[in-house]
Write a new protein. Structure first.
Length: 73
């Protein structure tokens, strides 16, 4: 089972990379929304997009919370 041990060694970097890429995606999404908000005249035109961003933020918070929970070994 040496291949199994090597696969498990990749888990911490993969988990950290997952968090970093999701954070980068989230930051880029906020940047795009702010840029679009500045160019579109009606202030409430992107209200639903901001709502979905808030929902995504909550999901990201739950994801980070679950990632920090101790595991049973």
């Amino acid at each position: 089972m040496p291949l199994d041990n090597h696969a498990w060694m990749l888990m911490p970097p993969t988990a950290m990379l997952s968090v970093l890429t999701f954070t980068a995606y989230f930051a880029y999404r906020i940047y795009c929304l702010v840029t679009a908000q500045e160019t579109i005249q009606p202030a409430n035109a992107l209200a639903l997009a901001w709502f979905f961003l808030a929902i995504e933020f909550l999901i990201f918070g739950v994801y980070l919370y679950e990632l920090q929970k101790p595991t049973l070994s």
